[in-house]
Every structure is written in structure tokens, then in C-alpha cells.
Design a protein around this ligand. Structure first.
Ligand code: SER
Length: 870
């Protein structure tokens, strides 16, 4: 048996089936698309139901995937057993009316025995009891001994969901040997000796809601091999928590909490619960699910709070779940790019939810413990609905969490009573809702829009006739709205582009028989519906046929700014290298912002080259052509873009001449000349390895030119030269100013020198003491100090007194050479007395002091009085 890691097995599987002519589709989102029968994707085939039934065309007749799956049906067993998990990955190969049993069975055998090197002797199979065809292929073509082919009934070997494609199946088991079970154990039984690794379903029926099996037009193949299951086998792991990549999560939890695994069964269980749940949580948030009280949001909330509670049991006090995310994102990011792209968002959402829960968990747990004690004391088994509701409403305990905690004690909750309390609360919330707020929220629970569809005509039309099919206020359906109210509206057909792919939403008007709506923004729901945010201007909004028209001028500017991102993307790749990739954008009417991967600032020359190249392509008048095709063809054509977001569907490939080809859902000009002109305004760094260019097009460039021109006019007037001479004149002015500054410096230096020599000439002596007093005009106190410093450095045993008159005030400075200090002179004392004469005061150090003065006429008297001190 080959010892391969989890990520290696996935790779090996996909490339095996790719070589057998399969198209490798990236995993679909965990959120089912247009399928009301499922809350979350729980099987590899689930997102492809419509390909089996023929309602949709698959991108290829042979497809292989590794599908992220989530099942919460057995959540209570997670951590307790070796096998139960919520999140798992399902490897599968699919045939939509192409190959059938004769190919599917040998390929599965080949992959297991050749690629994974599982010994043939260890493999057993089961078949549907009536399926002789499968039986014979195993026996005659593969050569499996008859005693190792077991016929089983519908319970074991017929695969189906509640509704949808289904059929008989054959399963492959690995015999783990007698150390795991007895001699007479057989596949399909209870024990641990045989582990089922692969299920090959021969999809022949479409089961409807009534349970009727309708035959499909052609037979199909749907196989599923749990990636964790096969990893356990290859890695000789005893349970899923010993699988290489998963074990790393468990290790990290051990490090964080510092507890020792394997000593306490309860604590081990907590660590396993967290190890399992954190993958589910990270993937759910990565697929845009947000914690809420309904549907998928509730599943997420329950998983986060359940994991958080087990973290507390391990002694973790602070929010810790978000800290595990990086490990998962770095590891599983090899396959699931959406994790890497949403890294910060994922951590934010999880931290937010855990923090919220942690603020109340302590008090909630105390209350719950109290309630349990009381139940036990009263010999009762059921916790009342009101208590369950209070724990939920006030302390954030999802009812399922409360139920689980009670189960551990053999108690139950009153589910019906709880639901009654919930209904009452919903009613209260409905009544208290604020009418003025439109309440759009990209994370909101959008189940209210389920079942609606719409057609977007805005690629080719600026206006159209349509019908209002839904009116919503705060995510609740309403029948009408009055003038002044802001609501959300769905149309069956619309020209309004909903914000997406970096492009802002359209604005405009919707007009009914007697009402008028202003569309102030258009958003896209997570399912892709164009949702109009409107204000009722006049009349009473009703569901009826309407005319809808976007603000065309605004949209044309948006078109220019969007199309130019494609030209820029290509020009950046050409100039800087193929490592450049779009990392986000914002396309508005008056400008656009384009983020891309690049490791350093772009040089001026390169930036000019890029700008020139884009303009060249604008002037070449290149036709902009949209081709609608499947992702596979798009890839073959050489289109660049985010393929993983569009899987399964048809994609729009936008080409501009033969210069650029990208996947894009945005709205565009029909030839590049309509962009008119492109001007880069700035280039800057956003984060490490990501740069940003901001730019304008069309009329905005013209306005930019006008502004530049008027600035030149102003300059030419101020500088009194022709516009063409502004630069020369400015350079000359700068040179002139430099020269003048030099001259000023020299003059100042000379004058200071002069002053010092004048002072020196005035030195008098008494005994062996030198002294000098001197008056300056327009010199500040610092200059006086500097001059005093220079003089006392030249002359010893000197007392200096300066007065400076500046701005009608007097500054005195007194300085002593060091050899005089306290002998018996002190500058501070001298200046105090002298300043008094001119109506001032001051002080300072013994060798240097300053003072102010007010009476200008007394300055000379003050200066003259120095000799009295000597
Ligand atoms: N649908 C089958 C399963 O989930 C095979 O892919 O087991």
C-alpha cells in the first residue's frame, strides 16, 4: 500500500480520472444552488443533480471532482466515535450518459490496486442483489473470487437522496485483517474489520417527492470515495483524527490548551469535536455562510458555539477558533482557493461569533447547571420551553446545544414549548421593525428570496418591460409600499446590474401604471438575483408590469471603466510579467481602482509605457465580443479569470480584439474606442505584494485636462511668461532663489563678524577684569547669546552685557567667562539688578542669564550701570 498524504491522494485521484478523459471540476460551494431540497451539500453528486436529469448541460460528459461536503445528522456522535465527522471531502467520477458499468468498475479497481497499491487480496465487493451485470464484471473481468462478491439488498446497495437521481450500486471494501474482527465477519455487517471505501452508483432513476422512481433518459455513473476514509486505510490510521493533515489540527489544539491527549476520554472528545468542527466552520464561512438563527446560518452558529463550548472544557478562556483557521487555510488552500481569498473575512466572522458567545457562556452555563440540578432534585426529565428559550435568547445557547448538554445527563428539552416562544418573539420583532431603514445586508439570511428567478437583460438593453415579482421590507415579503418608503424589489426581467465583480450597481427608475420608484442602488443576492433598492417617489407600489430604465450616462461611464480594467490587466502582464494577477477592483462611474499582485513599486517609465499601451489599444478600435461557453472551452480558448466561481455554469468570455480575453460577468463597451482615453492618476501599495492603480476614462479625462489647463493659465499669468515657458521660467526662478539665499547667508555672516569686532573694540578694564556692554537693534536673544559665547571664548576674565531691541521690546543677556563665575560675579544676579533699571526682570545660570525689559529710554542707563558691578 502506498503511504500517501490526504492532499496527495486527492491529487492522484483527480489526475487519474483526468487521464481517463474526465473534466476536472473544482468543488462546488457547500451552499446548494437552485435546490430547495437541500440545506447543504452532503454528497459529491448533489450539486450535479441537474446534469443527471438532463435539466442542465454539464461542462463535459465525464467529470471528476473532489467535493466538500457537510453532514450534521450525526453531530452528537462526532468525537465519540472514530468515524463520524461533519465536514468531509468526497472524491468522485461521473458519467452523464457516457460510460457505464464496464468502464466504471475496472477503473475503480485500477486506481485502488495500481495507483494506491492496495493488495488485491484485501479487497471485497458488494453488489445489488439483482445486478448480475455488475456481479459478472467483478467475477469475470476483474477476477474477484466469488466468495468475495456479496449480494446485498436495497438497504445496503441502492443509493438515493430524499429526492433526485438514484440507482443500484456496488461497493468496494478493504479487509483490515483479523486483528479488527472475526473470521466469519462479512462486508456490510456491523464490525470494524471491513471498511467501505468506494461506492459506485449506477444512476438510472430520478426519484420524485412522492417517492416514485422515474427512469432517466440515459444511465449515468456517480461514484463516491470519502477522502478521509481512504486516507485512514492508506495511512494505517485508527481513526480520522490520525490522518496527517487532520492530526495537525489536533496537535495545534493540544498546544493551545496544553492538555495531554489520551489521558481523559472526555477531554479527548472535546479536542476531537473542535478538530472536526473547525474545518466545517472554516469552509462554511469561506463559502459565504454567516452565523444566523435560521437555515445554514444556524448550522454554522451551532457548530461555532458547540466548538467554543468544548474549548472551554479544555480550559481555553479566550476566543481561539479563529486562531486555528490559518492552519486549515494554509493546508487545504492547495485545493480550495476560496479559503485563501477570504482568509481575513473567515477569521473575522468566526472570532466575532465566538466572542459574542463567550460574553454570555459563563452565566449561561451557571444557569443551565442550576436548572439541571433543579430538574434532578424534582425528579423531572424535561426542561421547559421557556427556559430553553431564555438560554437561547439571553445567553446565545442554540437549542440543540442545550439539548446535547442535557442528553449527557439523560434529560430532554421541551421542543414544542421552545418553538412557541420563538414564534412569539418573531412576532414582536416584526412589529418593532424600523420602517425608514432599507436594511440591505450582504450577510443577511436570504431564504426569503428562495424560489425567485430573474433574467438580466442589461448586457444589451438599457431599459425593458418587466414585472415586479417580489417586494421586501427588511427581508420580509410585503404586498405594497407607500411614497417615501424604501424597499427592495425583484423583477422577472431587469436591465439593472447588481453590484458584483467589482462593478457598482446601477441606478435609475422603475415606472408602474400609477407609481414611480427611484432605484438608488442594485445589489446581487448570494444566489445571483438582481435586487433593486428603491424609494417610492409617487403612487402605491404594487406587484405589476412595469417599465425599468437605468441611468444610461452613468452606466456608460461604468462600462468604460470596467472595459479598461481588462486592457490594463493585459498591459500590466505584458510590461511587468505574467506573475501579475488581478487581486480586486472597484469600478465606478467616475473612476476605477485596480489591485494586482506585484512585488515592488512600478517605475515611472513602466507606468508611462502601460498607460500608453492601454491608450494604443483604445485607439485601435478593437471589437469587444462576448462568447458564452463552458468553463472547459473557456480555458482552452486561453481566457484568464476566476474559473472556480463559475463552475458548472456557462461562463461569459470577453475578448477585446486578440489583445485580451477574460472571464467576466460585468457590462462593457462594444468596442474599445468607446473608452475614449485612459489616464492613470496614481500607483501605490495596498499590502505586501499587492499594488493599486487608480485611473479615469472618457469625459473624466477631458475634465482632468481642463483642470490641468486652467492651472497652466494661472501659472503663466503669475509668472508672466507664455504657457510654453512655464517650466523654464520656474527653473530659472528656483536657481535665482538659491543664489539669493546664498547671498543672504554671506551678508548675515559678515554683519555678525562686524558686530563682534565692534564689541571687541568697546572692551574696558578695571584691574584685571574686562567688561563690555553693547546695544543691538533687531537682533533676537539667541543671536545675542551666540555672540556673547564667541566673545567669552576669545577673551578671558570678561563680563559681557548685551541689550537687544526687537519689536519694541528689550532683551538683556549677561555672560561671564568661566574663570569669573562666583568670583565674585554671577550673571543671574547681575542681570536681575540691571534689568530692573529698564523695568524688567530675569535670571539664569551663574555664567549666562537673560532678562526682559520694557522702558526703552532706560536701556542706555542699564547698560552703563555695568561698570558699577565691576
Ligand atoms: N452518491 C454516492 C455517495 O455519496 C456516490 O457518489 O456515496
Amino acid at each position: 500500500m502506498k503511504n500517501l498524504g490526504l492532499h496527495e491522494i486527492r491529487k492522484e485521484f483527480l489526475s487519474f480520472f483526468e487521464k481517463k478523459g474526465h473534466y476536472v471540476l473544482p468543488s462546488f460551494s457547500l451552499i446548494p444552488k437552485n435546490d430547495k431540497s437541500l440545506l447543504l451539500i452532503g454528497a459529491g453528486m448533489a450539486p450535479m443533480k441537474k446534469f443527471f436529469t438532463g435539466e442542465a448541460t454539464p461542462p463535459a460528459k465525464r467529470v471528476t471532482t473532489c467535493q466538500k461536503c457537510l453532514r450534521t445528522g450525526d453531530i452528537e456522535n462526532v468525537g465519540k466515535t472514530d468515524r463520524h465527522a461533519t465536514f468531509f471531502e468526497m472524491l468522485g467520477n461521473f458519467s452523464f450518459g457516457d460510460y457505464f458499468k464496464k468502464e466504471a468498475i475496472p477503473w475503480a479497481w485500477e486506481f485502488l490496486t495500481v495507483n494506491l497499491e492496495i493488495p488485491k487480496e484485501d479487497l471485497w465487493v458488494t453488489v445489488y442483489f439483482e445486478d448480475d451485470e455488475a456481479y459478472n464484471i467483478w467475477k469475470d473481468e476483474i477476477g474477484v473470487p466469488e466468495e468475495k462478491i456479496i449480494r446485498l439488498g436495497k438497504e445496503d446497495n441502492f443509493w438515493e437522496l430524499e429526492v433526485g437521481p438514484s440507482g443500484p450500486c456496488t461497493e468496494i471494501y478493504v479487509d483490515r485483517g483479523l486483528e479488527y474482527g472475526s473470521e466469519d465477519e462479512r462486508p456490510g455487517g456491523e464490525g470494524d474489520r471491513f471498511i467501505e471505501v468506494w461506492n459506485l452508483v449506477f444512476t438510472q432513476f430520478d426519484k420524485d417527492e412522492k417517492g416514485v422512481y422515474n427512469p432517466l433518459a440515459h444511465p449515468n455513473i456517480d461514484t463516491g470515495m470519502g477522502l478521509e476514509r481512504i486516507s485512514t486505510v492508506l495511512q494505517h490510521a485508527n481513526n480520522i483524527f490520525e490522518i496527517d493533515a487532520i492530526k495537525e489540527i489536533l496537535e495545534e489544539i493540544k498546544n493551545m490548551s496544553g492538555y495531554k491527549y489520551g489521558l481523559d476520554k472526555k477531554l479527548d472528545e472535546s479536542a476531537r469535536v473542535i478538530t472536526d468542527h473547525i474545518r466545517a466552520i472554516t469552509f462554511l464561512v469561506g463559502d459565504t455562510v454567516r452565523p444566523s438563527n435560521e437555515g445554514r446560518g444556524y448550522v454554522l452558529r451551532r457548530l461555532i458555539r458547540r466548538a467554543a463550548r468544548h474549548g472551554r472544557l479544555l480550559g481555553l478562556k479566550k476566543a481561539f477558533l479563529y486562531e486555528l483557521c490559518d492552519l486549515i487555510i494554509d493546508s487545504w488552500g492547495v485545493e480550495y482557493k476560496e479559503l485563501i481569498e477570504n482568509r481575513e473575512k473567515i477569521k473575522d466572522v468566526i472570532k466575532g461569533e465566538e466572542d459574542k458567545f463567550l460574553t454570555t457562556i459563563e452565566s449561561g452555563m451557571n444557569i443551565l447547571s442550576g436548572l439541571i440540578e433543579k430538574l434532578e432534585a424534582d425528579n423531572k426529565k424535561v426542561l421547559g420551553g421557556e427556559d430553553v428559550f431564555k438560554l437561547y435568547d439571553t445567553y446565545g445557547f442554540p437549542p440543540d446545544l442545550t439539548r446535547e448538554i442535557l442528553w449527557e445527563k439523560g434529560l430532554e428539552i421541551d421542543q414544542k414549548g421552545f418553538e412557541e416562544k420563538m414564534d412569539e418573539q418573531r412576532e414582536r420583532a416584526r412589529n418593532a421593525r424600523d420602517d425608514s431603514n432599507i436594511g440591505w445586508d450582504s450577510h443577511a439570511d436570504e431564504s426569503v428570496f428562495e424560489g425567485y428567478t430573474n433574467e438580466f437583460l442589461g448586457y444589451d438593453h438599457n431599459s425593458c418591460q418587466g414585472e415586479i415579482t417580489g417586494i421586501f421590507k427588511n427581508y420580509k415579503e410585503v404586498e405594497s409600499a407607500e411614497p417615501g418608503e424604501k424597499v427592495m424589489v425583484l423583477l422577472d426581467k431587469t436591465p439593472f446590474y447588481g453590484e458584483g465583480g467589482g462593478q457598482v450597481g446601477d441606478t435609475g427608475y422603475i415606472i408602474g401604471s400609477d407609481f414611480k420608484l427611484r432605484v438608488f442602488d442594485t445589489k446581487k443576492t448570494r444566489e445571483g438575483l438582481h435586487l433593486h433598492l428603491v424609494e417610492v417617489l409617487e403612487g402605491c407600489l404594487q406587484k405589476e408590469k412595469v417599465g425599468a430604465e437605468i441611468d444610461v450616462e452613468r452606466r456608460n461611464n461604468i462600462r468604460r471603466n470596467h472595459s479598461v480594467t481588462h486592457l490594463l490587466h493585459k498591459a500590466l502582464k505584458e510590461t511587468l510579467g505574467s506573475h501579475v494577477n488581478q487581486a480586486g477592483s472597484l469600478v465606478e462611474a467616475d473612476r476605477m481602482r485596480f489591485d494586482f499582485t506585484h512585488y515592488e513599486a512600478i517605475s515611472k517609465e513602466d507606468l508611462k509605457k502601460i498607460e500608453a499601451r492601454v491608450n494604443e489599444k483604445i485607439f485601435e478600435d478593437l471589437p469587444v465580443v462576448t462568447t458564452i461557453t463552458n468553463p472547459q472551452k473557456a480555458g482552452e480558448m486561453g481566457a484568464i479569470g476566476l474559473f472556480e466561481e463559475k463552475y458548472g455554469d456557462l461562463v461569459r468570455v470577453l475578448s477585446m480584439g486578440d489583445y485580451s480575453m477574460e472571464l467576466c460577468g460585468g457590462t462593457h463597451v462594444s468596442n474599445t474606442a468607446q473608452i475614449s482615453m485612459f489616464k492613470i492618476l496614481s500607483e501605490s501599495g495596498v499590502s505586501s505584494g499587492v499594488r493599486r492603480i487608480e485611473s479615469i476614462t472618457g469625459l473624466a479625462v477631458y475634465k482632468y485636462l481642463l483642470k490641468a489647463d486652467s492651472l497652466r493659465d494661472d501659472l503663466s499669468r503669475e509668472l508672466k511668461v507664455n504657457k510654453s515657458d512655464i517650466l523654464q521660467k520656474t527653473k530659472a526662478n528656483i536657481e535665482e532663489i538659491k543664489k539669493l539665499h546664498k547671498e543672504i547667508d554671506k551678508l548675515e555672516h559678515d554683519s555678525a563678524k562686524d558686530e563682534v569686532s565692534k564689541v571687541l573694540e568697546n572692551i574696558k578694564t578695571k584691574g584685571d577684569i574686562n567688561y563690555v556692554s553693547y546695544k543691538f537693534i533687531d537682533k533676537d536673544v539667541n543671536t545675542l547669546r551666540d555672540m556673547a559665547d564667541e566673545i567669552r571664548s576669545k577673551i578671558s576674565k570678561i563680563v559681557i552685557l548685551f541689550a537687544g531691541i526687537i519689536d519694541g521690546k528689550i532683551n538683556f543677556v549677561c555672560a561671564l567667562s568661566k574663570d569669573l563665575v562666583k568670583n565674585p560675579y554671577e550673571a543671574g544676579k547681575i542681570i536681575k539688578d540691571i534689568a530692573k533699571i529698564a523695568g524688567g526682570s530675569g535670571g539664569g545660570r551663574p555664567d549666562m542669564a537673560t532678562a526682559g525689559g520694557k522702558i526703552l529710554e532706560k536701556v542706555d542707563d542699564a547698560l552703563n550701570s555695568l561698570s558699577d558691578f565691576i
